[in-house]
Ligand binder design. Structure first.
Ligand code: KG4
Ligand code: ZN
Length: 362
């Protein structure tokens, strides 16, 4: 098993990659649909699946050309089968199954979230276990404990919106366009958060130490916008200083909301590696905060470069590699599971006095 083709189509990126020996990137082609969905302020599922249909063949062809391989040189195929938009997932799955059948190559189905965790393998030393992974994207905000490779326990997740979703909704409110994360991140860097104070406090979730919540923050932004009578930005105009200040204030609070549960989790579990992945892992302030946490506790932090934080086929191929290597196979009845969970470990967490939690590997 040397060359793996990874196919990803769970949301609005049609992506294919070819990797070598599990961690060397030979080609990573991503056809983004952002421009198509922009006028609607978010992804329109029906349009997304139709776009995948149009692009998938060309994207795989380009991946082969870039990697200078023929499809027949591929040793195995990995494809995302959930979670995601059902119609979008089906396009990637059907194409991957057809290739597997016609070329007689082994196929595995991959959980998109496991893919995001594997996105760090290309640019970092090998992951040391136990690891803790925070996956922050447009649809998910979760922390996983990974005692050994491919074993996952979900220890914390969002009670309401995902972090990326909060960025996208705030951007929509301010008329900043879709997706909201990159533009708010850019404006936040020039804004002064102290000039736009948001009244917001982190929800207390004593029974759920590593949970996230963004609804209070979103309401605080909405209240501020109403009080200050801020109008959504008209196309073609530059955001005002007030909007930049609000972006800075929102970003500061959002990053704080992410870092607090992460800090508790790394303190409690003392992992050997911290992984930060998913679209929001691109955020400049989040990277700085996570880096400073990792330095403080002397534990390496791995995150991917921007092109690998967004949805891509390389991370799917990387997650597929160990599975293909040990002979795991998907049949031709592989199908999409839109709300697929990433959890395959029933690990009891022992509550210790002083709030410390330990895990048992028995
Ligand atoms: O992982 P991803 O590409 O797709 C999903 O699986 O959801 O993540 C997309 C999300 C969007 O919500 C987008 O606004 C957010 O990632 N995002 C960011 C940044 N870049 C992308 N959020 C905050 N700061 C960024 N720089
Ligand atoms: Zn994703």
């Amino acid at each position: 098993m040397r060359l793996v083709l990874g196919i990803e189509s769970s949301c609005d990126e049609t992506a294919a990659a070819i990797i070598e020996d599990g961690c060397r990137l030979r080609a990573n082609i991503i056809a983004s649909q952002i421009e198509t969905h922009k006028p609607f302020g978010g992804v329109v599922p029906e349009i997304a699946s139709r776009e995948h249909l149009i692009k998938i063949v060309e994207v795989v062809k380009q991946a082969c050309e870039k990697a200078q391989v023929e499809l027949s040189d591929i040793d195995g195929i990995a494809v995302t089968y959930g979670p995601g938009l059902i119609g979008s997932l089906l396009v990637g799955i059907c194409y991957a199954k057809s290739l597997s059948y016609v070329l007689n190559k082994p196929l595995v189905g991959i959980n998109h979230l496991e893919g995001h965790i594997y996105s760090v393998v290309f640019e970092n030393p090998p992951i040391e276990y136990p690891a803790l992974a925070m996956v922050v994207s447009g649809g998910h905000t979760s922390i996983y404990l990974i005692p050994e490779a491919e074993k996952y326990k979900l220890i914390g997740h969002t009670r309401d919106d995902a972090a990326g979703e909060a960025y996208d909704k705030v951007a929509k409110l301010l008329g900043l366009g879709y997706p909201g994360g990159p533009v708010i991140d850019r404006l936040a860097r020039i804004g002064n958060r102290e000039a736009a104070p948001l009244v917001f406090s982190l929800p207390r979730m004593e029974d759920d130490r590593y949970a996230f919540s963004f609804s209070g923050l979103k309401t605080a932004v909405l209240r501020y916008v109403k009080e200050q009578a801020i109008k959504p930005l008209t196309t073609g105009l530059q955001p005002t200083e007030q909007v930049c200040n609000l972006a800075a204030s929102f970003q500061h609070a959002a990053v704080h909301s992410l870092i607090v549960p992460l800090r508790k989790a790394v303190t409690d579990f003392q992992p050997k590696t911290i992984i930060l992945s998913g679209g929001v892992a691109c955020n400049s302030a989040l990277r700085v905060a996570a880096k400073s946490l990792s330095e403080k506790i002397n534990t390496p932090l791995y995150y991917p470069s921007p092109i690998l934080t967004t949805d891509n086929g390389a991370m799917i191929a990387a997650a597929g590699y160990p599975k293909l290597l040990r002979g795991e196979r998907a049949n031709l009845d592989l199908t999409a599971t839109s709300s697929l969970k990433l959890q395959n470990l029933d690990l009891p967490l022992e509550d210790k006095p002083k709030g410390k939690v330990r895990y048992r590997l028995s």
